[in-house]
Design a protein around this ligand. Structure first.
Ligand SMILES: Nc1nc2c(ncn2[C@@H]2O[C@H](COP(=O)(O)OP(=O)(O)O)[C@@H](O)[C@H]2O)c(=O)[nH]1
Ligand SMILES: [Mg+2]
Length: 254
């Protein structure tokens, strides 16, 4: 069983990507299931097979602890790790090949508190990958692009699994897509775009930061997809298979 944790900032396309991955794996004769790990979500574009909202009710938390919407959302997210064994049991009963995990809308509540990393590291599966979704419409400016690449690395530092950057909403940035993808292929093209930025200090800081990321050797080129046209899904599924099969090879060689 392979687990795919779909992370990213609020509105970056996590839930729609979860839904598309389910469809993708279903139509490729594999058996995927979905887990919704967002206790605060009202509507989802798919029917989750396992749902954290069955175990954590945001409205009862508000009443029982006399909390407002923000406080109860934080507490609800902190409680996710306490429901790991119930969730794992439901998943194991379904016995799927792929588990696609849609994570909470607010990434800071999942990746930067203790519950999310605990869940990711203790969820039992043969192999795990984190997808970090980057909203294409936010990554259009080179300074935003650098800051999102940093956020991606920060999430990797917290969740500690192999990670793929996924640039979503490519259908909305058709005119800029080539330039954005060039930034990941060539540092000089990113530097050129940063040089054209009006704010000198922001531009300089971005250049320093991207050099640091490149030196660490960890920065990976984002895979551009559209959750609407499905363009790019084939590249994403190939990248996922590479990580999953590579992981299996490593295990077999041990
Ligand atoms: N045009 C376009 N819209 C998208 C894409 N991915 C997500 N959206 C829209 O962006 C909004 C947020 O998506 P959602 O999956 O709920 O984001 P989440 O908060 O990360 O789970 C929704 O209105 C989606 O329909 C995409 O690739 N292209
Ligand atoms: Mg969502």
């Amino acid at each position: 069983m392979y687990a795919i944790f779909v992370t990213g900032t609020a509105g970056s396309g996590k839930s729609l990507l979860t839904s598309n991955l389910l469809e993708w794996y279903n139509s490729n004769d594999t058996s995927p299931i979905s887990i919704n790990l967002d206790p605060g979500v009202a509507n989802l574009p798919y029917n989750p097979d396992v749902d954290v909202r069955d175990f954590i009710d945001i409205y009862s938390i508000m009443e029982n602890y006399n909390l407002g919407p923000n406080g109860s959302l934080i507490l609800a997210n902190d409680l996710i790790s306490t429901k790991l064994s119930e969730i794992q049991q439901q998943v194991d009963e379904l016995n799927p090949e792929y588990v696609i995990v849609d994570t909470p809308g607010q990434i800071e509540l999942f990746a930067f508190r203790s519950s999310g990393p605990y869940f990711v590291s203790n969820f039992f599966s043969d192999n795990k990958v984190t997808l970090f979704t980057i909203d294409g419409t936010l990554a259009e400016s080179p300074i935003n692009y650098v800051s999102l690449m940093f956020l991606s690395q920060s999430v990797k530092l917290r969740l500690n699994t192999p990670q793929i950057n996924v640039l979503t909403k490519r259908d909305k940035i058709i005119d800029k897509l080539k330039e954005v993808l060039d930034w990941s292929n060539s540092i000089s093209s990113l530097q050129d775009s940063l040089d054209k930025e009006k704010n000198f200090e922001q531009s300089l800081l971005s250049k320093d930061l991207i050099k640091t990321l490149l030196r660490s050797g960890n920065i990976t080129n984002p895979i551009a997809i559209s959750n609407i046209t499905m363009n790019g899904m084939i590249n994403l599924s190939a990248a996922l298979s590479r990580i999953f099969t590579h992981g299996e090879e490593e295990k077999n060689n041990q």
